[in-house]
Design a protein around this ligand. Structure first.
Ligand code: IPE
Ligand code: IPE
Ligand code: MG
Length: 246
């Protein structure tokens, strides 16, 4: 039986987040430059998106560039930004065909002007689609996001618009760049690294984690299905006992 047919389609995550990792190592194994790995990684984005569509997943968040990634060699950073601009321009028609709504999270202000323009255009061009959200985390870091939220809440408190006693989970969530999306039920990281690297720290409080050794450019639809099967084998207790759930 293939992996897809083992999945219970009534119990799929609404939101899957992926830390796409391992492009550099994949390229090195092929005797190629790191940027070649990033460009082949674009095909895996298509695979993940198609797999999510087949499962009826409503939100797919992809960690594409972290705030810390600015510390990479300039050549790689420039290459990644160019790849981003080109890929988005190339993909908009297909996104529309597949009714994908393209959005981003992160500190967009800090991106090069050419990127910002392309991003704005792609968001606008896909804003009417509602089959699935493709949420690209760009210049994103969870600590930046949380710090920013605290700052903005403090400003509103100062202006008398927010009563400090009324600050709760929900209010904090509404100040994050993910305010319009539910928390991911499933977080996947490829390439065998067992860490979060400053991704969605607030939102993954109760996410299930799936780590795979597969390097991102090798990631196929079937790998996403395997992750969802793994997710379906978990008992999500949210602090309760197993007995309470049954
Ligand atoms: C992930 O692959 C892509 C980005 C962080 C942009 P890496 O570039 O981190 O690949 P490795 O981890 O060096 O193999
Ligand atoms: C995390 O991967 C960021 C993205 C996938 C965009 P990294 O490869 O940058 O993470 P570290 O540095 O190994 O933790
Ligand atoms: Mg990496």
């Amino acid at each position: 039986m293939d992996v897809f047919s083992k999945i219970d389609l009534n119990n799929t995550p609404k939101h899957i987040a992926i830390i796409m990792d391992g492009n550099g190592r994949w390229a090195k194994k092929q005797g190629q430059e790191r940027l070649y790995g990033h460009s082949i990684g674009v095909e895996s984005v298509r695979e993940a998106l198609n797999a999510c569509k087949r499962l009826g997943v409503k939100y797919l968040t992809l960690y594409a560039f972290s705030t810390e990634n600015w510390n990479r060699p300039k050549e790689e950073v420039d290459g990644l930004m160019n790849l981003l601009v080109q890929t988005i321009a190339n993909e908009v028609d297909d996104l529309n065909k597949n009714k994908v709504r393209f959005v981003t999270i992160g500190n967009e202000e800090g991106l090069p002007e050419s990127c910002k323009e392309e991003l704005r255009a792609a968001k606008k061009a896909t804003e009417k689609n509602d089959d699935i959200y493709l949420i690209l985390a760009l210049n994103y870091s969870a600590r930046w996001e949380i710090t920013n939220a605290i700052k903005n809440i403090a400003i509103k408190v100062n202006q008398g618009e927010i009563e400090p006693n009324l600050i709760n989970d929900e209010l904090v969530s509404s100040f994050l760049t993910t305010a319009n999306y539910p928390d991911p039920e499933l977080l996947i990281r490829t390439s065998g690294e067992l860490r979060i690297s400053n991704f969605l720290l607030w939102q993954i409080a109760y996410s299930e984690f799936h780590f795979t050794d597969v390097l991102w450019p090798d990631f196929k639809e079937e790998d996403l299905f395997k992750a969802v099967l793994d997710y379906q084998s978990r008992e999500r207790r949210f602090g309760q006992t197993s007995e309470q759930l049954t």
